[in-house]
Design a protein around this ligand. Sequence first.
Ligand SMILES: Nc1ncnc2c1ncn2[C@@H]1O[C@H](COP(=O)(O)OP(=O)(O)OP(=O)(O)O)[C@@H](O)[C@H]1O
Ligand SMILES: [Mg+2]
Length: 246
Amino acid sequence: MSLQKLCAMNDSPVTIASNGVPQYSLEQVWKRCEGPTETVTILQGVDLTVSAGEQIAITGASGSGKSTLLHLMGALDTPSSGKVLFEGQDLAAMSANEKAHWRNRRIGFVFQFHHLLPEFTTQENVAMQALIGGMSRAEAMARAEVALGKVGLHNRVSHRVTTLSGGERQRAAIARAILLEPAVLLADEPTGNLDQKTGEAIAELLHHLNQTLAMTLVVVTHNLDMALAMRRCLELRTGVLYEKNR
Ligand SMILES: Nc1ncnc2c1ncn2[C@@H]1O[C@H](COP(=O)(O)OP(=O)(O)OP(=O)(O)O)[C@@H](O)[C@H]1O
Ligand SMILES: [Mg+2]
């Protein structure tokens, strides 16, 4: 059975309310980009409220705006109009330094295309965020080893990332994102290159982090099992966000 079929009942644009200040509040977020001949509208008035500790899957066809939305939530990009508030604070109002600090402390980001640094080992790549944040090398490297163990890469810590397989790089990227136990994990297709068994193990790890650390999960995925394992399921359709009621 397809995700669409499972989730197709009672589709409605997202307007979930939350008690108190929500962790995330996206208000009428539009994203437009200048193409060579025309302006491309990627997101069309996205409203979204996320409470701390939620598990959210975002699905949608290729080009529907999933990565764009995740980048906006990670302050890696800014909306053309509308607001992205984190704990009530407008991300666009932060300076570049404040954004970098906030991202380092609060957000783990798994990029769709990894962005691991080829000149470093797996362990160094994973430790990088902590080193940038001012942690001692010894502690950052020790933490990186633990995080790599969690994603099943304990035997690859000293390898250069260029020698890792696609799935191993993906797991290294997940280890890097969870290193500092962020409040929110924004993950763009974290199981995209993984076989079923490894994908399930990663999904279990994310659940464990959600349960034990109350880490909010916002996971873009084409993987049906992964999407169904999340408590809340959203879908982007040409830049419009829908809540999928199950
Ligand atoms: N800087 C840009 N300028 C013009 N168009 C862009 C730009 N960035 C993204 N787009 C377009 O916006 C649309 C949404 O891109 P996005 O990467 O968010 O899609 P996606 O849902 O993540 O797709 P996929 O599942 O293939 O990763 C795409 O059609 C893309 O070509
Ligand atoms: Mg994408």
